[in-house]
Design a binder for this molecule. Structure first.
Ligand SMILES: Cc1cc2nc3c(=O)[nH]c(=O)nc-3n(C[C@H](O)[C@H](O)[C@H](O)COP(=O)(O)O)c2cc1C
Length: 178
């Protein structure tokens, strides 16, 4: 049994990212402790690059915002799932804000060993996910993390456009994770 945290990067409640994340959580929840963290429920400021967390007591960020709760949750996670809509070939700004706030020595206390990736975009271009996949692979390599798998869904623009097939794929990936 692993503790899995899914970071959902869409502000659109009930949107495609959330639907895929929920399907993944249903599958993963059969064998694991799963928690979804949605950017829509947290207010996280941008990292301003002051690096004060490298010197502060407990590596605390000077910004006393909702990221403190996310740090606490990540501290207990074994597996982290990044779920995002594609925004201009990147992840959403709200999700990137959380990722950038992990530029802190506090992350050395994390015990995360695996990442998984869930992406959804409106276009059907073959290269739609290339830049995010490249960034994902570089992060895996840098932090010596294992890839637990990906669900990449194209052609989904409006809420609920994700097909049952894609939802089943997300469920099955979740179910396969230990
Ligand atoms: C600001 C913004 C930028 C977007 N950029 C892209 C893009 O570059 N490529 C694409 O295929 N879809 C793009 N989309 C569409 C979303 O990725 C798509 O509608 C997705 O299903 C939204 O997920 P959600 O329902 O979880 O919010 C963009 C949407 C927004 C709001």
């Amino acid at each position: 049994m692993s503790k899995i945290i899914i970071l959902v990067g869409s502000m659109r409640k009930g949107g495609n990212t959330e639907l895929l994340a929920s399907a993944f959580a249903d599958g993963a929840g059969q064998n694991n402790d799963v928690e979804i963290i949605s950017v829509a429920d947290y207010s996280v400021n941008y990292c301003i690059g002051c690096n004060s967390c490298f010197k502060s007591k407990g590596n605390k960020c000077f910004q006393n915002d909702d990221m403190t709760h996310i740090y606490d949750k990540l501290m207990s996670a074994d597996i982290l799932v990044i779920a995002s809509p594609v925004y201009f070939y990147g992840v959403s700004a709200e999700l990137k804000a959380i990722i950038d706030r992990l530029h802190t020595p506090m992350r050395n206390k994390f015990k995360i060993t695996k990442l998984a990736l869930i992406l959804v975009g409106a276009a059907t271009l073959p290269e739609l996910f290339d830049s995010i996949k490249m960034q994902y692979q570089l992060v895996l390599d840098f932090f010596h993390l294992e890839d637990a798998g990906m669900v990449l869904v194209s052609g989904a623009k409006d809420k609920g456009d994700v097909s049952d097939k894609s939802l089943a794929e997300a469920y099955n990936l979740g179910f396969s994770i230990k």
